[in-house]
Design a protein around this ligand. Structure first.
Ligand code: ANZ
Ligand code: ZN
Length: 815
């Protein structure tokens, strides 16, 4: 974007400006100047004090940048600008996450090819981004649909493949019938598609997976020390879901088979009166007796169609069928029936459970429904009414009777271990990351299938595998990407035997594109590597990452995983991508979550036109604490605009000398604003600046230093007006954004304390310490003096006839 201003125009603007605050006249001018002089670019190779200030990768919605994006970006930019003024070499890049379902769904909706939409969106989005006044490093932009970028996304896929971290397997996967594609577990939110909110189904498909589960222990462990918003860490911890328990083998009656089960309550094994397999378990077929085959296979068929959420939903009827087989309970040596039920799921533990109806509510309901016996093994509760899962002593458990639950777990596990039928087991809820998408708008997965040699990665020299242009890009819903139609493209040679082979036609998940973009930001000028090792060493891990908490188990988990993989592959030497992650709050609008369907999506353009970006930035930041979000109601913006008009008028009238208290107030304000920015308490920082402006407006005579300090403190929040005042009013050298952040002198802030002597009838009865200012105000001193313990004693019950006050020194009560 180039904004052209002639000299004449600029001069004219200045004249007009002198009277009133017109952001329209100053904002574009400075944006252009910053752009021309590249004041926000850093030398990526030579910077001495690197500070990587990162904000979450935006994916432009249909309307481009909305005010929610701006909220996040402004908050991040303030922090970056503050660091820049602390003498850091701040790198604040921006780019576009334009590949993927979100962009493609929009293209489908308006019936335009995604490639065309992307070109248009890119232009508009960058135009908008230029207006908001962020200190972006424009040299380092990137777009995920650029072959120069996705070449490396594909390269990363291949590195993982070579490291054995990619597997292809047929699995029952999440399927969005509306987006007509598979989804990862993280992209299914409360049973709905993360993108379109359609209820997700299950589908049996062959897919590529990244083995993120191998990193579950590390992903969990590092949460202990990384400096992240606590709620985000909690969400990750829950998602990874570590569970320590015991794996116990149950021998099948009159067979050599042993079926393993995972339990966290081995202490209840004497109460296991039945055994349940998940419908997808390989054991179902092995254990179902011929007589039961029809009923079981019908049941399994039904269950496959249900989603996990439907199945695990606790209030649901506990349906199930008997297989005809029995296993032996290793504690009681009694045979117990084997059932198939859909509340047992395949992806967790071993996909089989021992049913303990007296102490597990779901088992209890199942037992009631199917008339299975219930045996109490922990004292307490009323198992006639419901399962009891509280504390108690073991009962009906042979030699273990009388033990408490905790001891019971230990002793029974040891006992079963000795018998050779149990071992300690740690389980994670985290599943492998399903990478395949049966869509068009993404990087083709760089794999080739040869009938002789099987799956082969595309040789690195042949990257990128370019996404071919096809007119009919619409998803077909047949479990295959529309790319399958591009017959000439699909046909290729096997990299190994050179015989005829076929390309993989699925594209990769858009979350893979965004899992490594910040690595690339450092190296957008490098054509031969994904990222430059030396630069990575200098700039990463990211110093500050600011973004939405809603990405806790999606993007933020994937980036951590990939970073750990990069470390293990020897590409980098750290395993956590972000030194600090700060989750900002959600910006809502008129009391409701912003969304297009609700019609309350706010686009910043109009507000910027009317009030300027500075006003909008500060309005957004003033709505509340940054981590708690705020409610955008446009009635409030005018107030912030008036504040800037006041700042503007105030700046025009500085004189040589300020008031006597001015110095102290200046330094107090610097302290408040500095500390608040450090803690991302932007609303209180702005409040402190407002108070300061009030003070300066009230007092006669405002010094140049006072105004300079004002605009320096304002610079991170309102970069344009502060630049204008700095250069045009104060006639300082361009640019304010390259100045040092003001420092406060603690000695100046300290209140001077004064001792006041207190007399009663001329005799010394006590003394108090008050502030310098209070010491000269008689009624304040009188009030405090009367409260002094000893003085109060002498005054008790007496009538004060007269008070003698010597300002700043003494007070005498005559009684
Ligand atoms: C017997 C038992 C008795 C259980 C009792 C609980 C209470 P967490 O803590 O979340 O890890 N379970 C194991 N695998 C399962 C699967 N594939 N589908 C559904 N449920 C499964 O949960 C562990 C418990 O969840 C296990 O301990 C098992 O039930 C169940 F009084 O075993 B328990
Ligand atoms: Zn081959």
């Amino acid at each position: 974007m180039i904004l052209v201003y002639t000299k004449k125009e600029i001069n004219y603007n200045i004249v007009k400006m002198a009277k009133n605050y017109h952001p329209q006249d100053i904002e574009k001018k400075w944006q252009e100047r910053w752009w021309k002089e590249r004041i926000y670019e850093v030398d990526l190779d030579k910077a001495k004090k690197p500070f990587f200030n990162l904000m979450m990768f935006p994916y432009p919605s249909a309307e481009g940048l909305h005010v929610g994006n701006m909220y996040a970006f402004t908050g991040a930019d303030i922090y970056g600008r503050f660091q820049r003024m602390q003498d850091k070499d701040v790198f604040e890049p921006i780019g576009l996450d334009g590949f993927g379902i979100h962009s493609e769904n929009y293209a489908l909706q308006i019936g335009e090819h995604p490639k065309k939409v992307a070109t248009r969106t890119e232009k508009n989005f960058y135009r908008q981004l230029h207006q908001i006044g962020n200190g972006f490093a424009w040299k380092n932009t990137l777009e995920t649909y650029d072959p120069e970028y996705y070449k490396w996304t594909q390269w990363i896929f291949i590195q993982l493949y070579k490291a054995g971290l990619v597997k292809r397997k047929k699995a029952s996967v999440n399927w969005c019938p509306s987006c007509k594609t598979t989804l990862s577990d993280e992209q299914v939110i409360a049973g709905l598609c993360e993108r379109c909110r359609t209820e997700v189904e299950k589908k049996e498909l062959e897919q590529w997976f990244f083995k993120i589960t191998q990193y579950a222990p590390k992903l969990l462990k590092n949460l202990e020390w990384i400096d992240w918003s606590e709620r985000t860490k909690i969400a990750q911890r829950n998602w990874i879901g570590k569970s320590e328990g015991t794996e116990i083998q149950f021998k099948v009656q009159s067979s050599k088979f042993k079926v393993p089960t995972f339990t966290t309550r081995p202490d209840t094994i004497f109460g296991a009166t039945f055994f349940i397999l998940a419908p997808e378990s390989e054991w179902v077929e092995k254990l179902t007796k011929p007589k039961h085959r029809k009923v079981v296979s019908d049941f399994v068929e039904q269950a496959r169609k249900k989603t996990e959420v439907q199945r695990l939903f606790t209030e649901k009827e506990k349906t199930g069928v008997f297989t005809g087989s029995y296993v032996i309970n290793p504690a009681t040596n009694k045979k117990i029936p084997v059932w198939v039920a859909d509340y047992v799921v395949m992806g967790y533990g071993t996909g089989a459970i021992m049913g303990v109806p007296a102490h597990d509510q779901r088992d209890w309901e199942f037992a009631k429904e199917h008339k299975l016996s219930i045996v109490k093994v922990i004292s307490g509760g009323n198992i006639k009414k419901e399962a009891y899962d509280g504390e108690g002593k073991l009962v009906n458990s042979g030699q273990f009777n009388g033990l408490l639950v905790e001891q019971g777990i230990k002793k029974i596990t040891a006992w079963l271990k000795e018998k050779g039928v149990a071992k300690k087991q740690t389980q994670y809820r985290l599943r492998d990351w399903c990478i395949s998408r049966q869509r068009y708008w993404g990087p083709p997965i760089p794999m080739i299938n040869c009938s002789k040699c099987g799956w082969q990665p595309v040789p690195e020299k042949d990257l990128p595998v370019k996404l071919p242009y096809i007119e009919n890009y619409q998803p077909k819903g047949v479990g295959k990407s529309p790319l399958a139609q591009a017959k000439d493209w699909v046909k290729t040679k096997c990299p190994k035997c050179k015989g005829p082979a076929k390309r993989e036609t699925d594209v990769s998940d858009t979350f893979l594109d965004s899992a490594w973009y910040f690595f690339r930001y450092t190296s957008t000028d490098k054509k031969d590597v994904a990222f430059d090792k030396k630069r990575i060493k200098k700039w990463l891990p990211v110093d500050m990452y600011i973004g939405g908490h809603e990405h806790a188990v999606l993007h933020l988990m994937y980036t951590r995983f990939l970073t750990m993989v990069f470390k293990n592959l020897g590409l980098i030497n750290f395993e956590e991508p972000f030194k600090r992650f700060y989750a900002h709050g959600l910006l809502i609008s008129e009391g409701a979550k912003m969304s297009k369907s609700k019609g309350n999506l706010v686009i910043p353009d109009e507000y910027i036109k009317k009030f300027g970006a500075d006003t909008l930035r500060c309005y957004l930041m003033f709505l509340g604490p940054f981590d708690q979000g705020g409610d955008f109601r446009d009635r409030g913006i005018a107030g912030m605009y008036r504040f800037f008009c006041r700042v503007w008028r105030l700046a025009q009238k500085f004189s040589a000398k300020g008031s006597p208290e001015e110095k102290k107030v200046i330094h107090q304000t610097i302290k408040k604003v500095t500390e608040n920015i450090q803690n991302l308490r932007y609303n209180t920082a702005i409040a402190a600046i407002m108070e300061y402006v009030n003070f300066l407006t009230r007092t006669k005579g405002v010094s140049r230093e006072a105004i300079e300090t004002l605009v320096l403190l304002l610079a991170p929040f309102a970069p344009h007006i502060s630049e204008e005042i700095w250069c045009q009013v104060l006639k300082n050298k361009f640019s304010i954004h390259q100045q040092k952040w003001p420092k406060y002198d603690p000695r100046l802030i300290k209140e001077k304390r004064v001792t006041i002597v207190i007399q009663v009838n001329g005799k010394l009865r006590g003394q108090i310490e008050v502030s310098d200012q209070a010491s000269v105000i008689s009624d304040q001193v009188e009030k405090l003096a009367k409260k002094e313990k000893n003085v109060a004693k002498y005054l008790k019950g007496k009538k004060i006839k007269k008070v003698v006050f010597v300002s700043g020194r003494l007070i005498n009560f005559v009684v």
